[in-house]
Each structure stands twice: as structure tokens, then as C-alpha cells.
Design a protein around this ligand. Structure first.
Ligand code: ADP
Ligand code: AMP
Ligand code: ZN
Length: 217
């Protein structure tokens, strides 16, 4: 199964992709997570990417496409994947299609989760993440068992720098300008399915499971 989950920042792509990964044992690939892992280890690509990430800007395509290609050097993704956060503009979508075509691989479906900006702002501003294992929580809708402590490893949760109000505004603008045209790109390719992301986590998950159940794979 080869799936792309797209949608505005904070709609719940990562939350959903992690649930699918656990349920179907298919690797979840988040370019945002890869960049954050690289800058934690002082990798030069991570340091370069951080300049853009902290401002809420897109990392240049050349660098982003390169980390995706590098991810494909590990075999697990040859048999299936759940991409989240990539592609994020039409140039990346074209590069990804070319990359997959060259290997005779096809995306089965592109799941576009959406909701209104007001909800996005609430989700992003209440998001807390574990700096150790990357688990994502929300101060209201997805609380850890003990306040501000990761359920998996008892590490204290942090707020992402790019989840601060000024940066959220930039990210939403960029989403509307650069990422939204990718919806049309995949609609034309006959791959797009829409999911209403305004309900709770379970509601989104139920809709996604229905889509996956309808696929022939
Ligand atoms: P994305 O990967 O799209 O940026 P996340 O999966 O990190 O988004 O979710 C953003 C925030 O919203 C997180 O704090 C998460 O716990 C919370 N969240 C995710 N899906 C929902 C939902 N359907 N309802 C309420 N909160 C949600
Ligand atoms: P995310 O974790 O998906 O919210 O991504 C966090 C940040 O990483 C984004 O705001 C961008 O700065 C960067 N990023 C992640 N994926 C991409 C991508 N496909 N293209 C460009 N920048 C990206
Ligand atoms: Zn953790």
C-alpha cells in the first residue's frame, strides 16, 4: 500500500499516519520528522533545513527531494509507505511522480484531510511533542496520561518552535499558496480522496480506514 496523506499543517496528518503505521505495519515517512531528526544529530543538512523550518518556510526542493531519495535507500519503503508532509508543492509532486515512475511504483491513493484555519490554529498552538521519541500530544484533545510527560518514555514534552503564533501564520499562508495546488495535481491524476478533518482523531481515522478498505491492494 502506497499512500500520501496531505492537508494543512496541524490537521492531524502525523497522528493519522502513525496510527496506520501501527495498524498495518507500513512505514510512516514524514519529511518534517526526518529534518528534525537530522538537526538533533547536528547533521549539516539538518542545520541548513532548520533555518527555514523555524521561520515556517518550506525547505528548498533540492534539499527536500534529496532527503526523500535518501530515505528510499532503506528497503522497508520499497514495499509500501505512508508519506506525510511530502510533496508540499507542485514541483515536489512532479519530482516524486518521476522518481516512482522510474521504479515502476504507483501511489494507490492521496488522502487529503482538511478543516478550517481556526481549527488548525487551535491544534497547532496546543500541540506538544516528545523530544525523545517524537510522539505528538495535544493539551486538550490528545492529552498524555500525566500532564506534560510522554506516555512512552516519561520525557518532559516541549512545544515546537514553529508552533508559535507568528510562525503558524506563515505556515498557513504557505500552505494556501504552495501546497493547495498539489490537491489539484492529484485530483487530475485520479488519486485524490477527501477526508473531513474537523472531527476528533477517531472520526478522521474511521474515514481513512474506509478509504483503505475500498482500495484493491
Ligand atoms: P500534522 O501532522 O498534520 O501537522 P499532527 O498530527 O501533529 O498534525 O496534529 C496536530 C495537533 O492536533 C496535535 O497536537 C494532535 O494531537 C492534534 N490532533 C490531531 N488530530 C486531531 C483531531 N482530529 N482532533 C483534535 N486534535 C487533533
Ligand atoms: P511538518 O513536521 O510536516 O509540519 O514540517 C515541519 C517543517 O519542515 C515545515 O514547516 C517545513 O519547513 C519543513 N518541511 C517538511 N516537509 C517539507 C517539504 N516537503 N518541503 C519543504 N519543507 C518541508
Ligand atoms: Zn516520548
Amino acid at each position: 500500500m502506497r499512500i500520501i496523506i496531505m492537508g494543512p499543517p496541524g490537521v492531524g496528518k502525523g497522528t493519522e499516519a502513525s496510527m496506520l503505521e501501527a495498524q498495518f505495519n507500513i512505514p510512516h515517512v514524514s519529511t518534517g520528522d526526518i529534518f528534525r531528526a537530522l538537526f538533533r544529530t547536528d547533521d549539516p543538512i539538518g542545520i541548513e533545513a532548520r533555518e527555514y523550518i523555524d521561520k515556517g518556510l518550506l525547505v528548498p526542493d533540492e534539499l527536500t527531494n534529496r532527503i526523500v531519495e535518501t530515505r528510499f535507500r532503506t528497503e522497508d519503503v520499497h514495499h509500501g509507505f505512508i508519506f506525510d508532509g511530502y510533496p508540499r508543492n507542485v514541483a515536489q509532486a512532479e519530482a516524486f511522480t518521476k522518481f516512482l515512475n522510474e521504479r515502476n511504483w504507483k501511489v494507490d491513493t492521496v488522502i487529503n484531510v482538511d478543516t478550517k484555519d481556526e481549527t488548525i490554529i487551535e491544534r497547532l498552538s496546543g500541540r506538544r511533542v516528545c523530544p525523545k521519541c517524537g510522539a505528538t500530544y495535544h493539551i486538550v484533545s490528545n492529552k498524555p496520561r500525566i500532564e506534560n510527560i510522554c506516555d512512552n518514555d516519561q520525557t518532559e514534552l516541549i512545544q515546537r518552535k514553529d508552533d508559535k503564533p507568528e510562525t503558524i501564520k506563515n505556515r498557513l499562508e504557505i500552505y494556501h499558496r504552495e501546497t493547495k495546488p498539489v490537491i489539484e495535481y492529484y485530483r487530475k491524476a485520479g488519486l485524490l480522496v477527501n477526508v473531513d478533518g474537523s472531527g476528533d482523531i477517531e472520526n478522521t481515522h474511521r474515514q481513512v480506514l474506509k478509504i483503505i478498505g475500498d482500495l484493491k491492494w
